[in-house]
Design a binder for this molecule. Structure first.
Ligand code: 4AD
Ligand code: MG
Length: 435
């Protein structure tokens, strides 16, 4: 192949020129005189048209022998085609088969059940739909990182193997750690970030987190990725303002760069644009319970919201809604007590509209040593393993706040997915550890 190797996403400046594309045949149609090869190279999709009259007999026969997902190098001339998704097609002049499978590709155009697709996740990722989702996921992560960096937040990675329970004793993955007893897989990087916030002011971490909850909902994974900012001298209000700015920013970035992907996913793009076209809503937990009762729910005052409650609530709003100040007893031990209501904490859950529900959990942190200690005791957590965490309150305690956004929850909402499992390349649920 003499022509330069170009990726499909970079074709535009090569119109009229000969290029080489390296990729896989994801579909094929032939008549006696012409083969239409649908080729993808990871960056995009293009139709390569091979005419019998413009190649040798052998080459035309070789193309006919291609199975789906054969890997190929194709040389051809770039022609504009406004109907094509990439805007171009390739007039084939040469073809090299890198590897032609000898088996039928398991994923076909027909409807497959979700379990079949998940069993073949390693192949399913090649589909156009999955590419759209993964590209949006990449954008969400990139936008969050760029946003936080631009606001002066420093990335400080947190450990995955930990000795202190981050969120609560339920839902921990435990393992034996040499002679040191139990280790846990991190449920959050927050506690470490609080220490880092005292060191560097504005920090964040981004990594996988683990929850061994036996939740079988469309919102729960046992392993998910969380972006967690933490800021010194930020109070509850500052914290929510940062969340709103970050979420608006990343949705706008996705709208700007991925409109075609959203349309392919059949996402209601206008609804998504409306969601960030104006300030987010705020209601308190108390108001939310009243609203739920009005909508027909029988949730007792003081209970945490379940998925159904959140769905019901968010259907009332076009833009994301902050639910503030939950009862202390349903939230994690580290949240700061409400200044006027001992039974509440200064926290917020940010619920995405259209029924999606919680994408962010955030709070101001308890900075009073004695209150924090009594909360650790009230939650029956092992006091010894928090001595380092309590030091943050012993040496220059300071008001501080932070939050965690689950990447998959955000991606599921933005892409309009019915289930969170498509928002992560390799979903882990209570039923799935492979592939
Ligand atoms: O509300 P959560 O449990 O908050 C924390 O972990 C805090 N320590 C974060 C912080 O303040 N630094 O989780 C935060 C977010 C949720 O809003 C949700 O988006 C996501 O993490 N999340 C899950 N995503 C998928 N599967 C699960 N099982 C999840 N649990 C939480
Ligand atoms: Mg939460």
């Amino acid at each position: 192949m003499e022509a330069p190797w170009i990726r499909i996403c970079e074709l535009a400046p090569h119109e009229g020129k000969r290029v080489t594309i390296k990729g896989w045949v994801y579909n094929k149609r032939s008549s006696g005189k012409i083969h239409f090869l649908q080729v993808r190279d990871g960056s995009g999709f293009i139709q390569a048209v091979m005419e019998r009259s413009s190649v040798s007999e052998e080459l035309f026969a070789a193309a006919k022998s291609l199975w789906l997902e054969a890997s190929v190098e194709i040389e051809g001339t770039v022609r504009r085609d406004d109907r094509a998704p990439s805007g171009f097609e390739l007039g084939v002049t040469d073809l090299r088969i890198v590897s032609n499978p000898t088996l039928e590709y398991p994923i076909s155009k027909k409807e497959h059940g979700i379990d079949f697709l998940l069993d073949h996740r390693h192949l399913w990722l090649r589909s156009r739909r999955q590419r759209c989702i993964m590209a949006i996921r990449d954008r969400v992560i990139l936008s969050c990182r760029n946003f936080l960096h631009s606001k002066g937040f420093m990335l400080v990675d947190s450990p995955i193997l930990t000795g202190s329970i981050g969120e609560g004793a339920d839902g921990l993955f435990e393992l034996d750690y040499f002679d040191l007893g139990k280790a846990y897989l991190a449920q959050t990087g927050q506690l470490y970030l609080e220490a880092a916030a005292a060191a560097y002011g504005r920090v964040y971490c981004f990594g996988p987190t683990f929850r061994a909850e036996k939740s079988k909902t469309r919102r729960h994974l046992t392993e998910f990725w969380m972006i967690e900012p933490e800021a010194a001298f930020f109070e509850h209000r500052d914290n929510m303002a940062l969340q709103e700015e970050m979420v608006s920013h990343l949705v706008k970035e996705v709208l700007e760069h991925h409109e075609k992907d959203l349309v392919f996913l059949e996402r209601d793009v206008d609804a998504l644009a409306r969601a960030v076209d104006g300030p987010f809503h705020h209601i308190t937990y108390d108001e939310a319970v009243k609203l739920l009762h009005k909508l027909g729910s029988d949730i007792p005052y003081g209970d945490d919201f379940g998925g159904d409650d959140e769905t019901m609530l968010t259907q009332q709003f076009q833009r994301p809604v902050f639910v503030e100040c939950y009862p202390k007893k349903v939230k994690a031990f580290y949240m700061k007590q409400h200044p006027e209501r001992e039974d509440l904490v200064l926290c917020d859950d940010l619920l995405a509209p259209e029924g999606y529900g919680e994408i962010i959990g955030g709070s101001q942190r308890e900075d009073d040593l004695d209150l924090l200690l009594s909360s650790i005791r009230a939650h029956n957590l092992p006091e010894e393993s928090y001595s380092w965490y309590l030091d943050i309150r012993r040496y220059g305690s300071f008001p501080h706040s932070g939050f965690g956004m689950g990447i998959e929850r955000a991606v599921a909402w933005i892409c309009g997915l019915k289930h969170i499992r498509e928002a992560i390349p390799w979903p882990r649920t209570i039923y799935r550890l492979n592939p």
